[in-house]
Design a protein around this ligand. Sequence first.
Ligand SMILES: *[C@@H]1O[C@H](CO)[C@@H](O)[C@H](O)[C@H]1NC(C)=O
Ligand SMILES: *[C@@H]1O[C@H](CO)[C@@H](O)[C@H](O)[C@H]1NC(C)=O
Ligand SMILES: *[C@@H]1O[C@H](CO)[C@@H](O)[C@H](O)[C@H]1NC(C)=O
Ligand SMILES: *[C@@H]1O[C@H](CO)[C@@H](O)[C@H](O)[C@H]1NC(C)=O
Ligand SMILES: *[C@@H]1O[C@H](CO)[C@@H](O)[C@H](O)[C@H]1NC(C)=O
Length: 174
Amino acid sequence: MPLQLFKLLLLLLLFKCLKAESPQCFHFTWIGPYDNKTNIVKESCDARVGDFNEIPCEMPLVVTPNDTVPNVKALWKNETLNREHYLCQMSPGYSCVKYSYIFKGGIQNITYMCAKVNNSNGCYRETQSTGMQVEACVCTSKLGLIPCNCSPTTQSQQILGWVIVLLSAFIVLK
Ligand SMILES: *[C@@H]1O[C@H](CO)[C@@H](O)[C@H](O)[C@H]1NC(C)=O
Ligand SMILES: *[C@@H]1O[C@H](CO)[C@@H](O)[C@H](O)[C@H]1NC(C)=O
Ligand SMILES: *[C@@H]1O[C@H](CO)[C@@H](O)[C@H](O)[C@H]1NC(C)=O
Ligand SMILES: *[C@@H]1O[C@H](CO)[C@@H](O)[C@H](O)[C@H]1NC(C)=O
Ligand SMILES: *[C@@H]1O[C@H](CO)[C@@H](O)[C@H](O)[C@H]1NC(C)=O
C-alpha cells in the first residue's frame, strides 16, 4: 500500500512538473483609444482586422480607462483578475512579441503575443509609406517571472531589417 501511495505521489509530482509551465508571454490586443468602452464586448479580431492579412491581433481585446497604454505590470500583479486569460505559454521555438502601431509618436494599438520569429531579441521598427510606424519587440521570458514583453514601448532602438512574425501566432490554451 505505501508503495502504491508513493507511486501515486510520484505520478502527481511528475504531472505537476509536466504541467509546470513554460515561461509566459502577455497575450492580448490593446485596441487603443476607443470611445464607447461598453461596446468592446462586441468587438473581435475578425471584425477589426479580418482573417487573411499581416496585421497582428490577439483575443482578448482590451480597452483601458482614459485610453492610456495598458499597465501590464499591474495586470501581472492583480490577483483578483484572471491573468491567465492574458497570458500564453512560450513553448520551445516561440518568443514573446510586442507589436505596436505608432503614428506621429502616438501609440495606436499594441498586440502582445507568443509567436515564432526568426529574428533575435530586440526591437525593430519600420516606417510605412503612410507614415505609420510599426515596431516589433522580440524577447525571451524566464520561468516564473513577469513576461518579458512588458517593457514600455521603446525609445527607438536598432532599425534592423524586419521581423518576420509568423502569424501562426499560436493561441495557447492554458
Ligand atoms: C455603446 O455601446 C453599447 C453596447 O454596444 C450600446 O448599447 C450603446 O448604444 C453605445 N453608446 C453609444 C453612445 O454609442
Ligand atoms: C492598429 O492600428 C493600425 C493602424 O491604425 C491598424 O491598421 C490596425 O488594424 C490596428 N490593429 C488592430 C488590432 O486594431
Ligand atoms: C483618468 O483621467 C482623470 C482626469 O485626468 C484622472 O483623474 C483619473 O485618475 C484618470 N484615470 C486613470 C485610471 O488613469
Ligand atoms: C484588478 O483588476 C480588477 C478587475 O479589472 C480591478 O477592478 C481592480 O481595480 C484591479 N486591482 C488593482 C490593484 O489594480
Ligand atoms: C529569416 O527568414 C527569412 C525568410 O525565410 C530568411 O531569408 C532569413 O535568412 C532568416 N533570418 C535568420 C536570421 O534566420
